[in-house]
Design a protein around this ligand. Structure first.
Ligand SMILES: C[S@@+](CC[C@H](N)C(=O)[O-])C[C@H]1O[C@@H](n2cnc3c(N)ncnc32)[C@H](O)[C@@H]1O
Length: 215
């Protein structure tokens, strides 16, 4: 049986980010500015460019651990908005009012249940990343599978004209995925934020103007 743990976090908590040998300029900056991960600068840049997050928005963050995207989104939506995060691991340092955590594997998540529980959302973010093997085709297809699932969830939980941001690895399948997204949203772009590591093949599909649940 699939078990879903939901955690509503109420108390404010001190934010931390561990040091490691891969630290770069963005990591050091993130630690100094008290973000939970360097990837916050990707979302910040995407938001700056596409004006995605507004005060009062209700956001779903797929693959939220360690929590910097949720942390950023919570600041942007303010007291009237909220963020639901889903991941295999709980972002223990993200103990902030307005954040709700669902622990689970998105690939086996009961999506209809999720739809009922959190609908409607203004924005769905997916920074989901599979554990990588180093074998290009395997990693690309795992990433695509997560992206397809994120799109399926987005179509269930978004309100009309809502937005969707989704990480995908460049390679076979990206064109087809973009086409699929274009059938549901009125504007779709591909964007590679400056904070993306040079060797990474990741790119973000930015979609706005969700057309509703009927294709
Ligand atoms: C790059 S990290 C996300 C970083 C996050 N956006 C942040 O700023 O803190 C990718 C996350 O996807 C999660 N993930 C990968 N596969 C998953 C799955 N099948 N279900 C749920 N989460 C998954 C991983 O556990 C990992 O925490």
């Amino acid at each position: 049986m699939y078990v879903i743990k939901i955690t509503a976090i109420k108390a404010p908590h001190i934010l931390t980010m561990k040091k490691n040998r891969w630290d770069d300029h963005y990591t050091r900056r993130a630690r100094k500015e008290k973000w939970l991960a360097r990837s916050v600068y990707k979302l910040q840049e995407i938001d700056g460019r596409f004006s995605l997050i507004r005060r009062g928005d209700r956001v779903l963050d797929l693959g939220c651990y360690p929590g910097s995207w949720s942390q950023y989104a919570l600041q942007r939506v303010g007291d009237q908005g909220d963020v639901v995060g889903v991941d295999l691991r709980m972002p223990v340092h993200l103990q902030i009012r307005g954040f709700r955590f669902i622990e689970g594997d998105v690939l086996s998540l009961a999506t209809e249940w999720l739809g009922r529980e959190i609908w409607p959302r203004d924005l769905v973010l997916s920074d989901l990343a599979p554990s990588t093997t180093g074998i290009g085709d395997v990693d690309t297809s795992r990433s695509l599978r997560l992206a397809e699932k994120a799109l399926e969830i987005a179509c269930l939980v978004l309100r009309k004209r809502g937005g969707f941001v989704c990480k995908v690895l460049e390679g076979g399948g990206l064109k087809g995925f973009r086409r699929e997204v274009s059938q549901r949203f009125s504007q779709v772009s591909l964007f590679r934020p400056g904070a993306t590591r040079k060797r990474s093949r990741e790119v973000y599909v930015i979609a706005q103007g969700f057309g509703g649940t009927d294709p």
